[in-house]
Design a protein around this ligand. Sequence first.
Ligand SMILES: NC(=O)c1ccc[n+]([C@@H]2O[C@H](COP(=O)([O-])OP(=O)(O)OC[C@H]3O[C@@H](n4cnc5c(N)ncnc54)[C@H](OP(=O)(O)O)[C@@H]3O)[C@@H](O)[C@H]2O)c1
Length: 277
Amino acid sequence: MSAHTPQVRLNSGTTIPQLGFGVFKVEPSDTQRVVEQALAAGYRHIDTATGYNNEREVGAALRASGIPRDEIFLTTKLRNDHHRDGDVAAAFERSLEALGVDFLDLYLIHWPLPASDRYITTWRTFEGFFRDGRAKAIGVSNFLVEHLTRLLDETEVVPAVNQVELHPIFQQRELRAFHERAGIVTEAWGPLGQSKYDLFTLAPIQAAAGAHGVTPAQVVLRWHLQTGNVVIPKTTSPERMAQNIDLFGFELTDSEMRAIDELDENRRVGGDPSQVN
Ligand SMILES: NC(=O)c1ccc[n+]([C@@H]2O[C@H](COP(=O)([O-])OP(=O)(O)OC[C@H]3O[C@@H](n4cnc5c(N)ncnc54)[C@H](OP(=O)(O)O)[C@@H]3O)[C@@H](O)[C@H]2O)c1
């Protein structure tokens, strides 16, 4: 199934599978099983974070799968307290050690934490990981236009990715346009809305699901792919893992895409990056 997943080119020169698998809120005791099942289902892109407390178990699953390291795209993120305290180089090495790998495909600053005003300094340390090859790409997460603007003005390497909350109720149009101009790939977290509102009963999503004989979740994920987002849905259920990667046998029509575009309420369900500190 993974053969169908498109690859998106990053400004680092590498590529990222457009569909990946997220492990936020997957208990450490479940993580090895869940990631092994995701790999068996065909996912080749895993998104974790030091803050998820499951890097070690993700690494164990990668090794147990027997899949060569270079066939898996692996992302992790700098934890906020390590960012705030300037513990960046050591935190990166601890992540490599926990995951049991000698390079990352993507390393992200998890949140900008504007009150501590360290993201420029942190980014300069990230540039070193990119230059020495231990991070094939570096990026950011939860950065607003104002944070990206400053980063582009004051540092050298343009982030390859900005991973942000994005789903049909919160479509991030202004930020996506900024990314497009700057050559930054948009990656959607909470792509299914984190089950925090009832996305799956909305009429345009239900109608498209009925028309194509798929589930509302598949419609939402297909909307992301056709919008151009990299998307990393999370589930602990093998049935949903299979469903969430089975997106390449149908295509939303232009009018179905427009109807979902019109659901945008510009409403977050997660934290506001200007307030998370
Ligand atoms: N950078 C950041 O700050 C940040 C923040 C949040 C998330 N993330 C990343 O983004 C990934 C995805 O976001 P998320 O996990 O927060 O939310 P999400 O993927 O939008 O939603 C996950 C929820 O949807 C349910 N679900 C999954 N597939 C489904 C399906 N086919 N039908 C019905 N329900 C389904 C899951 O339940 P079950 O597990 O019970 O199936 C879970 O409750 C995370 O795992 C993480 O890697 C990053």
